[in-house]
Structure formats: C-alpha cells, structure tokens
Design a protein around this ligand. Structure first.
Ligand code: ZN
Length: 393
C-alpha cells in the first residue's frame, strides 16, 4: 500500500513526490499506522521495489485482500499522477468501512472507483465487490494489468479469463462496445481491447488500440477509436470456424460433446454442421458455450423441423430454446455488467442475422416465418465460400 498515517498524525501518500532523505527523517521520528486496521506498518524505502508500506507479518487487515506486486504499485502511482494533473483530486486507497472495500483510487466528484487488477481473484469475490460498489452508487472501473492480455499469433483472437469477461464495459452509444481497459506501468500506456465478440468461453475476436498515458484523458472517448478492418477481422473468424470443424472430433467441451451426439443421431456428420451456425452477433456474452454450439442447437432442434412457410412467435421459441439448451449442456452466464441486456437479446440478434441470410423473414416485432432450409456444407471450401457470402466479403 502507498498510504499510511504517521504517529505525529501526518497522512503520508507515497504516490506524491517525495525525496528519500525526507522520508528517512520522518521514518526515524515516527511509527506508521494503517488507516484501515490501525495496525503498525513499515515504510520500505528499498531500491528493488517501489517505496511502499507493508503490514507486519500475519497481520489481518480488511483493506488488504491480496498482496500487491511492484507492477501493481507502480501502476497505481502512475494512474494517481495521471488523474491528479487532470484536476480530478483522486483519493489514494480510500477505505469504505461499510463496503469493506478499498479501491486503489477513488474519484469523489465522479463517484468512480479505480481498481487496477493485476492478479487473478475468484469470480465470486469480483462479483461481490462490483455489486457492493454499485449498491453504494459507485461506478467500479476495472483496469486490468496489461500483462494479462494474451493474443493469438497473427490474428484478432485474444484469450480472456472469466475475470476479464466480468470486467467488460458495455455502452449503448459506443460502436466499439463492449471493451476492456488494460494498463501497463512499464510502458505507461493504456491498451483498449474493443469491438469484442466472444468465440468461445475463453476466446474472443477483438481489436486493440494503445494510447500513451500522457496522450489521453479520463473519461475515455471511445468513439474516437477506429473500427478494425472488417475484411481481416471476419476472415479470422471464418478461418477459426474452419479450424474448429477440422478438430471437432477431439473437442472435449461437454456442450460440444453433446452437440456431436445430437448431430450424429440426426444423421449429420458433426463437422458439417449448418453453415448458419457460428455467426458473430451482439450479446453473445450471455453464453459461456461457443456460439456455434448454441446456434446449432437452435437450428437443429427448432428451425430444422419447421416446414418452410411456417411462422412462429419469438417469445414461444425463446422459451423452448432455453429449456432445450440444458439437454445440450450449454452454459450461460448469469451475470454480466450490462444493465440493458438480457439473454433473449442474443437469440433475437441471431434471428435477425438469419433474416439477412434469407432463412427467416420478420413479419412483425414478435413474429418470424421460415423462408428456406439450412445449408449443410459438403466441404470446408464450401464453408469458407458461403460464410464469405454471408459476411459480404
Ligand atoms: Zn491494515
């Protein structure tokens, strides 16, 4: 931690500019206390790590839930400076006793808590923290340590863990939503991971934009970003679907295993599932299982049996679909930091894609009709070609 109180009552914030001799002098004349638990803390002025206060061994402090790395302390210090020069008067490590939370930085004017998250914490802990901030009308801004960001070679695919999924920022008036904010104290720069579309429970298609700390202001103006070059972006998606199909026989994901079983029972060679399954769309985040699995479930169980020309109600179909996904062992996410969304939006978006592909027609708000049958491909070349047609590439 970077904040403590000295025995003479002075509040020492190590993110401020201090000279070592001054701190050494204060240290010889004082002891230091943690503002949260009042326990004694030691001022460390070493050369290897950034100067910080440290609790005595085995101290139990409600304000210190996880050990802080040098990377974390350095990041916190840089963010503090960055906000200070923009006149935000950030508060370092302010403790909220009722919430039992101590965000890295807090902006009282904007009621925003900055959490610079470098280590992995259990999802339940994360959800609990987020909820308690929201209840207290504080907007938690999760900034992830940039070393958590991992990109697949030469593609727009990134691997995210569940903590990152839960840290997503959704915004209705931003074309690049949802997005994630990463910060690297070693290069003093932010990386915005934006235009994120989940491919599977851990893999997403996304674009990045890096901005040096000194060239950006808070809050971020997301609409100044540039969209990824859509041709390359979707091309990566298509190639990924093809790789998925080629290796489907070794895929052990429980939902994929069930999907293969259901397809074989219907006499469909499983890697030749309908072309219309695996379509990127909005609100896919509600599904933990890959889009190609739940979309195959919808196509095979609900759409395929309907005769061409039949119309159906969205509400009914949604209800049936939700009861069916259990038999496919499809997993959904129960919470997402998106207040304006619901899992039904994912299905509605998908139906709208199917309308664009000419499979469905939207009759009115709640009614669709089936216009043509599904395409079962015969080869990967056909998959590639037809998907490119769908994406108009
Ligand atoms: Zn303490």
């Amino acid at each position: 931690m970077l904040l403590a109180t000295s025995s003479s009552g002075q509040c020492i914030n190590l993110a401020e500019d201090w000279k070592k001799p001054d701190l050494e002098r204060i240290r010889t004349l004082n002891t230091f206390q943690c503002p949260v638990c009042n326990g004694n803390v030691t001022l460390k002025l070493g050369t290897k790590r950034i100067w910080h206060f440290s609790h005595q061994k085995d101290a139990l402090c409600a304000g210190e839930t996880e050990p802080e790395s040098t990377y974390h302390l350095l990041g916190k210090k840089q963010l503090y400076h960055w906000l200070s020069i923009q006149n935000f008067t950030p508060e370092m490590e302010r403790y909220f006793p009722l919430l039992k939370q101590r965000p890295d930085l807090f902006l009282p004017n904007l009621s925003t808590a900055f959490e610079f998250q470098c280590s992995t914490i259990p999802t339940q802990v994360f959800t609990k923290r987020t909820r308690s901030y929201r209840k207290a009308n504080i907007d938690p801004l999760w900034i992830l340590g940039a070393k958590r960001l991992s990109r697949s070679k030469n593609s727009h695919f990134y691997r995210l863990d569940e903590l990152a999924f839960q840290s997503l920022r959704f915004s209705d008036d931003c074309d690049f939503s949802p997005y994630l904010i990463y910060f690297c104290p070693l290069t003093s720069s932010f990386t915005l991971l934006h235009s994120i579309i989940p491919y599977s429970s851990r893999t997403v298609l996304a674009a990045t934009h890096s901005i040096p700390l000194k060239h950006t202001h808070f809050p971020f103006y997301m609409n100044e970003l540039e969209l990824p070059l859509l041709k390359n972006y979707y091309n990566d998606w298509i190639e990924k679907i093809i790789t998925t199909r080629l290796y489907l026989h070794v895929n052990k994901d429980p939902a994929v295993v069930m999907m293969k079983k259901h397809l074989l029972n219907k006499g469909v060679q499983f890697n030749l599932f309908p072309i219309e399954a695996g379509i990127p769309s909005k609100h896919l985040f509600w599904f933990h299982s890959p889009a190609y699995v739940w979309q195959t479930c919808f196509l095979m169980e609900i759409l395929q049996p309907l005769p061409i020309g039949t119309s159906f109600q969205f509400r009914e179909v949604f209800r049936t679909f939700i009861s069916l996904i259990k038999s496919y062992r499809i997993k959904t996410r129960s919470t997402l930091p998106d207040k304006n969304s619901h899992i039904s939006f994912a299905l509605m978006d998908y139906l709208q894609c199917l309308c664009r592909f000419g499979i469905l027609k939207r009759i009115d708000v709640n009614h669709f009709s089936k216009e043509r049958g599904l395409h079962f491909p015969e080869s990967m070349t056909e998959v590639r070609q037809r998907m490119k047609e769908y994406f108009k590439m």
